[in-house]
Structures are given as C-alpha cells and as structure tokens.
Design a protein around this ligand. Structure first.
Ligand code: ADP
Ligand code: MG
Ligand code: MG
Length: 878
C-alpha cells in the first residue's frame, strides 16, 4: 500500500517519526522545529524505499511530482535555484534509516554543481579554489555512488597530479591543479560510463536519490543489519538538504561533538573540529582535528553558541547527543543529532547523573542502560591507558569478557599444579574438553586456537565468569612441546601473556588490571532497578565460592546446584566408579556410603554461604557412563581394575552395557533414581544431615529438593515420597524447612504441569533440555546447522542462547497457566543459560515466572533486565 504523502519538508516532521523519516530525517525535523540553525531541506520517506523494492525498483509517478514540489519550496526558502547562474542551489543527498547504520550507506555532497554553476560560484565567492574543490568532490562522489566507479580511480588522478607537481598534501593543490583534475575526472567518467557527466541538477538529484535507495541493499549493509538485528523491511529515507560550506576559508570549519564524554560519561563537552574543511574530513583522518574547546580561541562567538546548543540539545532530548556541525563564514549550522553510543561505564554514569540533574526519572535512568552491556563492568579490566601502549600479538574471538594476566600452561594438570603453588596461569589449548574443567577453574584465563563463541571453552568460561579468548587461528599450538608460535613469536610454558576477553586481543607480557566493583553509580542504578522489578533473581552455583560471589552481586537464592559436579573431583570419582561397577545393591550402598560424607560437607558449605536464602538442589542428572573412562583409556581401566578388584574385561563390559545411542534421551535424571533409589536416598540424606548440622551452628538452611527429567507425575510422586521418608528417618521433618519440586524439561511434563503442580511445591524450567526436546535437536550436535539457520532467519537467535519464544516459550506459557490453575502461588523459575539472557528474562517476566537463575556474573544483568521488563509493562498499561 502506498501512502499519499511521500515527501516531508523538515518543518513538517518531528522526532517521533523515525520509522517514516529515518533517524537522521526525524531529528533534522525536530531540530528545525526547536529553532536550532539547520539548513533547509526535505525528507523522502522510508515507505518510498519499501515500495521501490516491492515494485521491481520503480517509483510511483507521485514521487517525482511531490519531490519537484519540495524542490520548489526549498528554492523559495533559500532564495536559490538549481542550475541558476546568479544564485545556484547546491544540496546534499543523505541516506538515513530508522536505526543508525554508521558508514553503511551513501551520502553525496555538493549536488547541483555543473560547468555553468562552477563559473557562477567562482564569480560570486571570488574563491576559485573553493569552487573547483567542491566540483571535483561532487564528481568523485557521484561517480562512485551513482555510477559505481571505483573510488581509487579518482584517487589515482589526484596522485598523478600531485606527483607531476611534486606535492604531497591535498591542501597543497592549487586552483590550476584542481581545474585540471575536474577535466581529467570528466574524461574518465565518459570513458567508463559512455556518457558525459550529467549537467542537469534535477537529473543528478533523481539519480543520486535512487542510488541512496540502492545502497540499502549493498552486501555490507545487509551484513551489518544481520549482525545488529535490524530488519531489512525498514528501508532507508533520503534527505535532501541545502549545502553549507565549511571549506570556504579560515572562518569556516566542520566538526563532530558529544554532549558528554562517551567513554567515561563525564559531564563535559567532548568533540573535535577542523577549520576550512568539509563533511567527512574530520573522521577521515587526513588532518588531525582539534579539541572542541579550542574553538573558543579561534571563533569565540561561535563556540559560545555551540556550548549553548549543547545544553539545549540535552534539555530537549534528555539524553547524551552525538552531533555534527558546520561553520560557514562564522555562521553555525547543525547537520545531525542522535543519541550517542557509549561504553557501559559511561551509560551508567550518564543515567545516574541525569536523574540527579532532574533531566530524567529513575525509571528512565534504569531503562537507559542495556543489561547485556553490564558484562563489561563485571570482570577485571585492564588499565585502559597502559592497554593502548601495549603491542597486540594476535586476536581471536572475545568469548568471555575480562582481563587475565598469567603464565601460560598447556594442559589442565599443569594449570592445577601451578595454581596450587599460588601462580596465576592461563590455560592455553588447541581447544578444551570436559576433562579440562578443573584446570580451567585453576586458571585466570583461557586461550584456545580453535572453537567459536559457543565452543566448550567459551561456554564454560562464561559460566565461570572467567576471561576467555577462543578461536585464535593465527596460533600454532604445540601442546606436547608446551609452546605456541604466532606471527614469528614463540611463547613457551611459564611465559607471561595478557588476554582481553572483551576485545579478543592477546598480548605478550603483563598489562596491569583493575578490579570490578558493584559500587558508586553502578550500585545506585542497581538499587533503583531492584525497586522496580518483581521477578526474583537467583544463581546457578555448585560451590560455596560461586555462591558467595553471586550473593555479592545480589542473588536472592540458588536456583540450581548441580550435584554431579561434585562427583568429578579426584577424591570422589573413585567411589562413584565403585558404585557403578558394583554387582548388587549391597555393593552400591557400600560405595555410596563413601561418597555421602563428601556430599554432606558440600551442602554444609553452600548452606552457610546462602544463610537464610533458599537453595534448589538438583538430584543426580547425567547418565552414569559419563563417570567411567572410555574404552580407549586403557591405563585408567587398568588402575581401576587393580583398586576395585574387578577385571578389566568386566569394566569394559560395564562400559559397553552403559553405552547409549542417545544419552540425552537415555538413562538419566529421575530415571536413575527410580531404578536405583539408593543413589537419591544418599543425596537426600546428605542434604538433611547437612541442614541439621549447620542449623546447630545458627545457620538457616532452606533446601529445595529438585527432581530432574520428570515427564510423568508417577515418577515425581515416587521420588517425593522417598524424600519425605528420608526426612523422617534423618529427623529433619519438623526441624528443617524443606520443599520438593520438579524440573520442567521434558515436553510431557510441560503438557501435564497441572498434574505435577498438585503435588510439587515448586517448578523450574530447565530450558536447555526443554529446548533440545521441543525443537528436536541436541545442543551438542546443533552447531553445524544452527549458525546457517540463524543466518537464514529460520530462528532469529540461537535458541540455546535466547528462548525460542514462539515454540519453547509457548510451551512454557501453557505450563505456567496449567500449573497456576491448580496451585496459584506455586514458585516457578528457570535455570540454564537463558536465565542470564536479557531478552529471555523479559519473556519470563511476561509469562509470570517467580524467579530466574543464572551464573553468578550474570546476576546483575538479570536484575536489570527484570527491572526493564517490569517498567515496560507498567508503561504499557498507562
Ligand atoms: P553519515 O550518515 O555517514 O554520517 P551524512 O549524511 O551525515 O553521512 O553526511 C556525511 C558528511 O557530510 C557529514 O560530515 C555531514 O555533516 C556532511 N554533510 C551532510 N549534509 C551536508 C550539508 N547539507 N552541508 C554540509 N555538510 C553536509
Ligand atoms: Mg553523519
Ligand atoms: Mg536438564
């Protein structure tokens, strides 16, 4: 459908019209209407762009009609005319989409120039150099953007002239040289396009306009949109604006400024300018620009005006602005403004400062900070000044943020050994595997030569809140020789390196680091966020240390303790294996009795750390074969055989018998407890005894026993009964406040959530398994096709990172409705990677969950995301 109005004069728009006019157009209109000095112009809407593509790159006849009408208005406002030989109009033709896509699309300056106009300008300005400089810039931009001629072809012409005249700088070019350049450009233009350089300004305008529309679909624009989740449906607007000239002499100039410092957030004017320059010169780096304050010495009146505009912009937009200005003969013009991009650190400071300056409310301040950006603030950081001076060895993927400095080691055992001696180590591997976990734990950072953002190393490191750079493909890793080489540098075991997990850069030597703190402005903002959110935030923690960190970051309980992680430690794995290899119940019980004291100790530690806060403990979850060596680990099998007095053959047979074709859907979770109740009995006993023993010391333990992989109410009831029986046996009944609940990770459990909710005292969505089983692909195998799936837009994001709201989310919503239907106050939470993903957290709020649980370092992110969700809901209701 085509709207009737396709072209808006700047006076007709405002900043709420971003979707129609693009960000640049809407803000040019807003500034115009606020009375700021903006050169006259008009905007052709994004709708025209959409229709252009819908109709096989053709326009409605209405467009030219309306555009010509706007041109007439522009001519009368400016008192200038296209192609006029006394007062010619020159314009810029600027792209501008609803979302900012810096540098991705095209802009053409000085349009309207032709042979006659250039002569007129020479006469009226008495500045021949300026006239021809403007003309040659226009031919370059038109040739490049409209006719797709190579930019370098134009540069070659310039180089040829410079070379011939023995000069180096653009600014050294004389008028004669610029004239010659224009002639040579026109010759080349004709040679490459087969036509003369177009002299009719209206024809120039139409062709430039369509070139800007075409720039919406260039490869780089398409890639940029995909990476930044910008819809290809939006289209770009085209802005046509009277030119103002910063290149007319030393009383003219151009610049870019921020109303506050975008890197620190400091409330101080921040910007750069160049005298006698046009448009992109400031960013192009041809000359070194000056600090905006220095304009005070050059043109004090103009500077004063700029300072005044800075205040006006903030007063008006109530946010930090990033703006472009140009000075023509001491007269200031505004050419663009938008909300400025900033670091997380700056975002927090600006939000808190602006609330205190009464520019915004606390709600707005909280909404100003993007939850996922907090990642940058929650990890150790390098001293920025010293980082700049350091030499980069190579770069990989910024897999897990943080700053790590340590001695390089090449295997997990060395990492552990050196860490025990008090050394800081960086584990460096071709790639990591589950056996490296302990070594990863002992390290301050992890470096891998292979693997992506969701590789084992990356996922585990993020879970641990540990710095990780993955997929450094320039590294040649030699784990055997304990060294790697990279771009000619050899790094050996014990050498010190520094990793920047936020940029993926690797440095040789030690760069000093500073600690993260949840203090100052950050703490203030978080306390506001807590005042708005209704969703509780818990953490996933398997150790007292993790529990402690999470508490400091504001966790209100533990949403998941994975008990099997405790089984892997060297002292325990033996007893676990003995239990698995036991021939009968007697043998299993004997082995379990050895594990029990360790389990009790673990829980005592966690209860003490969480004193007074609830702790969900999940019963043993993975299939048993994960605890045994595999067929190939002959040495380990040998050792095991000697210790447990079972033959290697018997061990091999057990390994074979436990083999599963699809362990994800195999003998795991509550299925283990149904068949071998003694395992769960041991765990529950350890929990109750731990709770009783810490209570005696004045610690308040609130265990919540959680049964995984339930799909059928009978599984749940059987194991809940077991728990209550052990509560009586241990004397916990009546003494310890405990609850029993279920995970919802099997679709059948979600579909029968009402049956479960009659008995279960709490529920927690295990969205990793729920996603696997609902979508029908396993997390371990999906890597191969999920990336292309996301690229092709089949899933908008990786469903293991962000909840697939349309499918898995629907099932969750349904389960919540069923469960609350029979048990209105039942606690329903979520654990797993999704609990720390802001989009997923907001979704959990919307479907009415009681809490989310995530890794310790994501707790503040989840708190902020939960606040965003609550505030947005409130705003919507209004
Ligand atoms: P981008 O979106 O890539 O920043 P712009 O449309 O803002 O592109 O334009 C590029 C440069 O040209 C900017 O420096 C801008 O200030 C300058 N510019 C654009 N229009 C005009 C104009 N009418 N007069 C003077 N300079 C202009
Ligand atoms: Mg710009
Ligand atoms: Mg699970």
């Amino acid at each position: 459908m085509t709207a009737d109005k396709l072209v808006y004069m700047f006076e007709e728009g405002d900043r709420t019209m971003k979707v129609l006019l693009g960000g640049k157009g809407a803000n040019l209109a807003e500034m115009t209407n606020t009375g700021l000095p903006v050169p006259y112009g008009f905007t052709i809407t994004t709708q025209v762009c959409k229709d252009y593509y819908a109709n096989g790159q053709k326009h409605s006849p209405l467009l030219d009609e309306q555009m010509m009408h706007a041109v007439k208005k522009l001519e009368s406002k400016t008192g200038k005319k296209f192609g006029d030989t006394t007062n010619p109009l020159l314009v810029s033709v600027r792209s501008g989409a609803p979302a900012s896509m810096p540098g991705m699309m095209d802009t053409i300056l000085n349009l309207g120039m032709n042979d006659a106009v250039v002569a007129t300008i020479v006469e009226s300005t008495k500045n021949e150099r300026f006239a021809f400089d403007s003309y040659r810039r226009f031919i370059t931009m038109f040739g490049n953007v409209v006719m797709e001629m190579r930019h370098s072809a134009f540069e070659e012409i310039m180089d040829e002239i410079k070379h011939k005249n023995h000069i180096k700088l653009d600014t050294e070019m004389t008028t004669e040289m610029l004239k010659e350049m224009v002639e040579m450009q026109k010759v080349m233009y004709k040679k490459e396009t087969g036509e003369d350089f177009p002299q009719d300004p209206i024809e120039q305008l139409k062709r430039a306009r369509d070139a800007v529309f075409r720039s919406w679909m260039t490869d780089r624009a398409i890639v940029y949109r995909r990476l930044n989740h910008i819809s290809p449906e939006w289209g770009t607007a085209v802005n046509v604006q009277e030119m103002v000239f910063g290149n007319t002499g030393e009383d003219s100039g151009t610049g870019v400024a921020f109303t506050r410092n975008p890197s620190t957030g400091e409330n101080k004017f921040y910007g750069e300018f160049l005298m006698n320059a046009q448009g992109e010169d400031v960013v192009a780096g041809i000359r070194t620009p000056k600090k905006v304050e220095e304009l005070g010495n050059v043109l004090p009146k103009v500077y004063e005006q700029l300072v005044d505009i800075r205040a006006k912009l903030e007063e008006h937009y109530k946010d930090m602005q990033d703006f472009e200005f140009t000075i023509e003969h001491e007269k200031l013009y505004m050419l663009q403004t938008r909300n400025g991009k900033r670091t997380a650190h700056a975002a927090v400071k600006i939000a808190v400062d602006m609330e205190q300056e009464k520019l915004i409310t606390k709600e707005e301040a909280v909404l100003r900070v993007d939850p996922s950006s907090l990642d940058q603030l929650l990890h150790k950081q390098f001293d920025l000044k010293l980082l700049k001076e350091a030499k980069v060895l190579t770069s990989g993927l910024p897999a897990s943020p943080g700053a790590a400095v340590g001695k390089v080691v090449f295997n997990a055992a060395d990492a552990k050994m050196m860490a025990e001696k008090g050394e800081k180590v960086i584990l460096s591997r071709l790639e990591t595997s589950p056996e490296d976990i302990e070594g990863m734990h002992s390290s301050v950072g992890i470096l891998t030569a292979r693997g992506g953002m969701t590789s084992h190393a990356a996922v585990v490191a993020r879970g641990m809140g540990k710095c990780c750079v993955s997929g450094c493909d320039e590294l040649t890793m030699n784990e055997k020789e304990k060294m790697f080489t990279c771009n000619g540098t050899v790094v050996k075991e014990g050498d010190i390196i520094s990793l920047d997990g936020s940029t993926g850069k690797v440095y040789v030597g030690a760069i000093p680091v500073v600690e993260p703190t949840l203090s100052g402005d950050f703490a203030t903002l978080m306390s506001w966020a807590d005042g708005f959110r209704t969703l509780k935030v818990r953490t996933n923690a398997d150790t007292p240390k993790d529990a402690d960190i999470a508490r400091k970051f504001g966790a209100e309980g533990i949403g998941l303790v994975r008990t099997e992680h405790m089984f892997f430690e060297a002292t325990r794995i033996k007893a676990v294996r003995e239990m698995i290899l036991a021939k009968d119940l007697e043998g299993r019980k004997k082995a379990l009795a050895k594990i029990e004291p360790y389990q009790k100790e673990d829980f005592e530690g966690i209860f003490s750390a969480m004193n007074g806060l609830p702790v969900i403990i999940r019963m043993l979850d993975p299939p048993l074969h994960e605890f045994l060596p595999n067929h190939e680990q002959k040495k380990e099998i040998e050792e095991l055989s000697n210790e447990l007095k079972v033959t290697p053959k018997e061990i091999q047979e057990t390994i074979t018998s436990l083999h599963e074709f699809n362990p994800m859907l195999g003998f795991r979770g509550c299925r283990l407890a149904v068949v071998y109740p003694e395992i769960m009995e041991m765990q529950v006993r350890a929990i109750f005894n731990a709770a009783i023993s810490v209570s005696a010391k004045g610690v308040k333990a609130l265990p919540e026993i959680e049964i995984p992989i339930v799909g059928n109410i009978k599984e749940y009831s059987m194991l809940a009964d077991l728990t209550h029986r052990v509560a009586i046996e241990t004397g916990a009944k009546g003494k310890i406040h405990y609850t029993v609940g279920t995970m919802i990770e099997v679709p059948r459990a979600a579909l029968t959530a009402d049956l479960l909710a009659k008995n279960a005292e709490f529920m927690s969505f295990g969205t990793n398994d729920l996603t696997q089983m609902t979508c029908g692909f396993s997390r371990d195998d999906a890597g191969k096709f999920l990336v292309p799936y996301v690229e092709k837009g089949i899933y908008s994001r990786d469903p293991f990172q962000s909840i697939d709201q349309e499918g898995v989310g629907l099932l969750m919503k349904h389960a919540v409705t069923l469960a609350r239907g029979v048990n209105p106050n039942i606690d329903i939470g979520i654990c797993g990677e999704h609990g720390g993903d802001p989009e997923s957290v907001e979704f959990c709020h919307r479907i009415g969950l009681s809490n989310v649980s995530c890794s310790p370092y994501r707790v503040p992110i989840a708190r902020l995301a939960a606040a965003h969700a609550a505030i947005k809901e409130k705003q919507k209701k209004k």
